[in-house]
Design a protein. Sequence first.
Length: 530
Amino acid sequence: MLKSLKWKAILYAAITLFAILLLMPTVTSQLPQWWSKVLPSEKIHQGLDLQGGMYLLLGVEADKAVESYVEQKKNSLGERLKELGIPVGKLEREKGDRISLEFSGAKEKVDNLLIQQFSTLHQLSPTEEGGIWKLQLILDPKEIEYAKKRAIDQALEIIRNRVDQFGVSEPEITLQGVDQILVQLPGITDPERAINLIGKTALLEFKLLDEEGNIDEALKGQIPEGDLLLYQKSPDPQTGAIRKIPFLLKEKTLMTGGFIKDARVAFDQFHEPYVALEFTDDGAKLFEHITGTNVKKRLAIILDSNVYSAPVIQEKIAGGRAQITGRFDMKEAGDLAIVLRSGALPAPVKILEERTVGPSLGQDSIRRGILSISISAILVVLFMIVYYRASGVIADIALILNVILTLATLALFKANLSLPGIAGLVLSVGMAVDANILIHERIKEELRWGKTPRAAIDQGYHRAFITIIDSNLTTLIAGVLLYQFGTGPVRGFAVTLCIGILANIFTAIYITRIIFDYITLRPGVKKLSI
């Protein structure tokens, strides 16, 4: 019995020591250099409500990604039909995931093309009138789900890359539900800039100007087929007023930002910032081909439907480099380089919820949180000592270990401690008190029946065990459900509560029991201070 007790004591002491070591980086920053190489160096991260910052809940418009995907399929189908020499009267995307196709010619060729190269497009009710075939093509439902999931995953990764390059320390960017992204930016000082950076679609396109079209007629609404009208926003350096310069462009996109390898801020001969682009190998070849076949024509550089510049191509440009100019200041050029480096969002994102917490409010929350824990802990400790005497001291040891283990687990798993999390910690302390009271009252009941201290402890723990497990398990299930279906602060509360409950079961049942066993196994113990 004593040997078993010894090994248990060693194990519990090792767990306690490890928990204290986990908390050291949180308690103090004055740690030796070798610490991070040998021991965990993660500290408890403070939530936004404690250190200040920005909270954003973004919704990914995945249906737009499906529309873009179907549009690509439509364009590819049109090119293949043209290569096969099949006259096409109509080829349009309809209802998001459908393509309307009208053609004349051999239906068998089109069927074979759809089966071999466009198997994810299914035909609906093909009809034929006077040699003209009319088809409705719908995207396969599995392909729709795949396109949506891919868009959400890509948006998550792109936003994470943008935030990392923005320079925010300890950001939290996670998927929330099916199509929502939670972004927490602690210590952010420029919320508006962060929102613009995160939410910008950053669709970069290269299009040729239609220099034969009539821009005046286009401004009146008579835009030639195959063209589109876009504007360049030009700020007046004196007044700051924005002047919109119209451009009539060819609708066909010659190249997109998907071929960008790198984007950096550089300065011209007048020390004005611009964004220097470097293309991938395939992008360099494509850009060289575009510039080589369109010498003396104007090539517009467009970002999110805004024309940044439209220079004349003087000669074929090799080397895979280009630049975007547009009267930037340093911050605008830097943000543009960030979004181009990280890539374009595959689907637009909209802000569903936005909160900003100032650092002064966060410090006030910390003070109040520490005060609430301290007051509750002192009252509980005093109550247990006054009411249960020496056994109350044992219960207080378990309470202190409960808090240490809970905070150490938060540090180990890099979880955030928020104000609701502090509330969860206080609640778990209350439940720990309840568990110890149940055990002590059972022991006192057995002692009143005339049993020895050793027998009373055995029966007290045995009878209280089921009640403690039952009450803690039901609360644990509630905490898990809160985490699964809750958002933001609710999750912070649930995480701390669940960890605190597990720590409570360990400390109240096992830690206190080994202390009681050590006391009662000594010879001559005939009375228990309880």
